[in-house]
Design a protein around this ligand. Structure first.
Ligand SMILES: [Zn+2]
Length: 340
């Protein structure tokens, strides 16, 4: 199966009432972890790369690894998505490379740091929608700003200072014609999301439900949605790490989101924790080892376990065989028909 559009995966998820995890990658082992978890759980899958990941991997390596994934796992509908594109040019370069979905994060200026105006956001997102849809590629936009900074991207504010305004969200979807909308409800990127278990005061699920009620046909996206489980933190600290206590987004809150229009859930930190914990354990227990495979294999296995668990919790498990891929050219024709 060729790489498929994210729009198709999210439309199917909406029909089936489930969510789809979007997992970040930088290298071969992470792609393998996700694809193995997808095969084991029979899940459609979104693999995403940030600008930092594209730079780290020289993104042609990443692209060809993804092509390998479609050859080795032909039964899995697989999306290659650009996470947090900072400009129209960045999104265009991803589309030209063969990404089947892009995020234009116009909630920040092109520096990836300064919160932008609503008009700027509409303008750049609209431009990306035009050039992406002409090729059948999916577009995710963002309204409101997430907390934290990751890969140099983020306003560096706390998660509550730029929450999504439901009224603006409606207007934004109308004016841009995007496929999926990332909203800010108190979450942050990185490992340090909440300093205690989140409550309705810090994680605004009520806001999410309000947005869904006003935009029932829009696929919502939760960013910064690792759960940062204590057992993964403990493994790192047990083997010489120094993580400070931290809390993520509880899985049951994500599941509440999925009942209320959330179709894509971004997870990165949990996988990073799993990988690092597994590597630290080998280094500590077998200091004589120096073959990179001796620690990369357990790291890959640890990440696969986390991904498979999330796929099951989000409900995408079992749905890989539900549908045949719609070619991007056909997606482009559909967008054109709606636009006319
Ligand atoms: Zn994000």
């Amino acid at each position: 199966m060729p790489l498929v559009s994210m729009r198709q995966l999210l439309d199917e998820a909406a029909k089936g009432g489930y969510g789809v995890g979007a997992f970040n990658v930088n290298n071969m082992e992470q792609i393998q972890s996700i694809m193995e978890a997808a095969r084991e759980t029979k899940s459609p899958v979104i693999i995403q790369a940030s600008r930092g990941a594209r730079a780290y991997s020289q993104d042609r390596f990443l692209y060809h690894l993804m092509i390998a994934a479609t050859e080795i796992y032909p039964e899995i509908p697989t999306v290659l998505h650009l996470d947090h594109g900072n400009s129209v040019e960045t999104c265009k370069s991803a589309i030209d490379m063969g990404f089947t979905s892009v995020m234009m994060d116009g909630s920040l200026m092109a520096d990836g740091k300064t919160p932008s105006s609503f008009e700027y956001n509409v303008d750049v997102t609209r431009q990306v929608v035009e050039l992406a849809h002409a090729k059948g590629v999916t577009v995710e936009g963002e309204i409101g700003c997430l907390g934290g900074i990751e890969d140099g991207h983020g306003a560096g504010v706390d998660g509550l200072s730029h929450l999504t305004d439901p009224e603006q969200a409606v207007e934004f979807v109308k004016q841009t014609g995007l496929d999926a909308l990332a909203i800010a409800i108190g979450t942050s990127h990185g490992a340090y999301k909440f300093s205690s278990k989140p409550t309705g005061e810090t994680l605004k699920m009520a806001r999410l439900i309000e947005i869904h009620n006003r935009l029932p046909g829009t696929h919502l996206v939760m960013h910064g949605s690792s759960s940062v489980p204590k057992d993964l933190q403990d493994i790192i600290n047990q083997y010489g790490g120094k993580l400070k206590p931290t809390w993520g987004v509880p899985v049951e809150e994500i599941q509440l989101g999925i009942k209320n229009g959330v179709r894509k859930i971004n997870v990165d930190t949990d996988n990073r924790l799993a990988i690092t914990g597994a590597i630290r354990k080998v280094f500590m227990e077998k200091p004589e080892e120096f073959d990179p495979r001796s620690y990369l294999k357990p790291a890959r296995e640890a990440m696969k376990k986390v991904v498979a668990l999330r796929m099951t919790q989000f409900g995408q498990a079992g749905h890989a065989g539900d549908y045949a891929p719609i070619p991007l050219e056909e997606m482009a024709r559909r967008y054109e028909a709606v636009a006319v």
